[in-house]
Design a protein around this ligand. Sequence first.
Ligand code: ADP
Ligand code: 5GP
Length: 287
Amino acid sequence: MSSAPHKPLVYIISAPSGSGKSTLVKELLKLVPDLDFSISYTTRAPRGSEQNGKQYYFVSRSEFDKMVREDEFLEHAEVFGNCYGTARRFLRDAEKNAHDLLLDIDVQGAEQIRCKLPDAVSIFILPPDRKTLEERLRKRSEDREEVIQRRLVTASREIQNYGRYNYILINDRLPESIEMLRAIVCAKRCLRDGQPLTGACGETMKIADRCRLANVSDRLKPILASFESAIESGAGQSLVTVLGVANHTASAFRGTMVRQVFGGHERPPGAPTFGTQKKSHYWGRES
Ligand code: ADP
Ligand code: 5GP
C-alpha cells in the first residue's frame, strides 16, 4: 500500500537587507534536520565570497528570462534592480526527499507564494531599530555608501508589510533570535506531525508564540518609529542624493516618502499605526 506523498512545509523568510536574515538562516539549517534551503536564481553579480550554486545561482538576464518563459519559477520578482526567482524544482525535490523547504525571498515573492501555497508559514525579521540596521549594513562592509543608503530607504518601505506575516522576529540578541526561529519552524512540525503539545513541543510552541504579531506589538512601535523619524528628520536627504533629486524639491520629496512609507499599509487589528491610512501597498521595490 503506498502512503500519501509528503507535503513539504514551506517557510518564507523576509527581512530588510542587513537585518541578519542570512546569519539566522545559516544557523537554523545547522540545527534543524530535513530542512532544504531553496537556492534562488539571480541576475545580480556575486558579492564578496559568494559562490555560484551556494548562496545563489548567478545567471544572465537572458538565462533568467528563458526560465520565466519556460515556467520554471514558483515565484520571481525584481529587487534592487535585479531579478530573483525561486525554482519550482526545489519544492519537487523536498517532496521527493520528505523534507521541508525554506525560502529567503522578498515581500513581493512572499505574496506570490502565499497565493500559490496558502499553508506556507511566513516569518518577517526586523532589526531592533534603524540605527542598528545601518550599523549592521556597514559592519558587513559589502556595499558602497550609496547602496547602503538605498537599502535603508527600501527597508522603510519593506517593513510596512510586517502585518502580512505569521511571525515577526526581532533580531536583537543573536542566540535568542536563533532559538526563536528554530521554535517557529519546529512548532509547525509539531502540529503537522500531531505530536502531543506537552513537554518539548509545548515549550517550542510557547517560544514561537512570542513572535506572533499580537505578542510583539509593543516592541514593534519603537522600531517602526525609528524608521519614521529618520525620514522626517532628514535621513531622506540621503535618498534625495541617491536619486539625484534637486535640493529645492527635497522637502516636498521627503513629505511624499513619509506618506508613501507610513501610509501605505492596511494593518491588522492591534498592530501599531502610523501616519495616514491609505490602502495601497508599497512593496519595497526600488524606484
Ligand atoms: P541580511 O542577510 O539580512 O542582509 P546578514 O545576515 O548579512 O544580513 O547580517 C548583516 C550583518 O549583521 C552581518 O555582519 C552579521 O554578522 C550581523 N548580525 C546579524 N545578526 C546580528 C545580531 N543579532 N547581532 C549583531 N550582529 C548581527
Ligand atoms: P541580496 O541581493 O541582498 O542577497 O537579496 C536582495 C533581496 O532579494 C532580499 O530581500 C532577498 O530576500 C531577496 N531574494 C533573494 N532570493 C529571492 C527570490 O528567489 N525571490 C524573491 N522574490 N526575492 C528574493
